[in-house]
Design a protein around this ligand. Structure first.
Ligand SMILES: *Cc1c(COP(=O)(O)O)cnc(C)c1O
Length: 297
């Protein structure tokens, strides 16, 4: 077991639209788990780190875009738990606050072309493994062990909810939520909000991670991508600013902003019967805020 355990707290949100429609919305603050091993990235890394330790591996090798929350989480977790860490970064060499954090936590960065980046197993195979023993961690923490880590969110719940929502990149977190709900025999409906365009493809990716999780076990709301990954609009930016000002909880435009926008919008459209209890997972993430601040300055 890793010497780090944290059960994230749950608090109730009071936005006008929630109260007007008599929907109880609660938020599980996985963003408070750690400032850099953020939210679901900790959940997804946890069992891989334990496996790496058990196999006596000492060097994590992983992959991400230049603004990846997963890269900085792996860099920080490597430093915290005594691993070396190498990150393959998609695209030409750039510098930004996220990559600076990765370096500060001691990660070695290798920039590779978009084409080379597509075959991560090849990059890993070609990586000079000298005297060290390396451990492969897939992009975004996507893996069956990552899914297992995310079932922990459900195991921590002391109360029942009618609906649980999270934002989706690879779909690993929502697959973990649905798996946890299935195992516990709960009636809770699990929903994901893909942050990429045409997010329907995630139904297949989710089933690859756990064949039991089909369309009857998870619902994806694919209309809230705001133009695609890391894209935003004035409407979304305004919603995020209002939310932060009304709640004291930071959300950002890449993941959690789209998630909360979707939940609020569904409530306005009377998607849930009044009296429903909804739980939203705050999966953390700071790169969206860093990126956004940067683009506005
Ligand atoms: C990476 C990330 C996600 C996406 O999680 P998946 O398991 O890949 O779907 C969601 N929210 C935040 C804040 C993230 O950093």
């Amino acid at each position: 077991m890793l010497p780090f355990d944290f059960h994230s707290p749950i608090e109730r949100l009071h936005l006008p639209a929630f109260n007007e429609n008599q929907i109880e919305v609660h938020i599980k603050r996985d963003d408070l788990i750690h400032p850099f091993i953020s939210g679901n990235k900790w959940r997804k890394l946890k069992y891989s780190l334990e496996e790496a330790l058990a196999l006596e591996k000492s060097h994590l090798v992983t992959f991400g875009g230049a603004w990846s929350n997963h890269l900085v989480a792996t860099a920080c977790a490597g430093a915290k738990f005594g691993f070396r860490a190498t990150g393959f970064v998609r695209g030409e060499e750039v510098s930004n606050p996220v990559l600076k954090l990765c370096k500060l936590f001691g990660m070695d960065l290798h920039f590779v072309s978009r084409e080379a980046y597509r075959d991560k197993h090849q990059l890993y195979e070609n990586f000079p493994k000298t005297h060290e023993s390396t451990y492969f961690v897939d992009e975004g923490g996507r893996s069956k062990l990552g899914l297992l880590g995310c079932t922990g969110i459900i195991e921590e719940l002391a109360e029942n909810y009618d609906h649980i929502f999270c934002a989706c990149g690879t779909g690993t977190t929502v697959a973990g939520l649905a798996t946890g709900v299935l195992r516990k025999g709960l009636q809770t409906k699990v929903h994901g909000v893909p942050v990429l365009k045409n997010g329907d493809f995630l139904y297949e990716d989710i089933q690859l991670l756990n064949p039991e999780i089909n369309r009857s076990r998870v619902t994806l709301h694919t209309e809230y991508h705001f133009g695609g990954y890391a894209r935003s609009t004035n409407e979304l930016d305004k919603f995020i600013a209002n939310f932060c000002a009304q709640t004291g909880i930071l959300i950002e435009p890449v993941y959690t902003g789209k998630l909360l926008f979707a939940v609020e919008n569904l409530i306005r459209e009377h998607y849930f019967p009044s009296g429903s209890r909804v739980l939203v997972i705050h999966t953390g993430g700071l790169t969206g805020i860093l990126g956004n601040l940067l683009s506005n300055t």
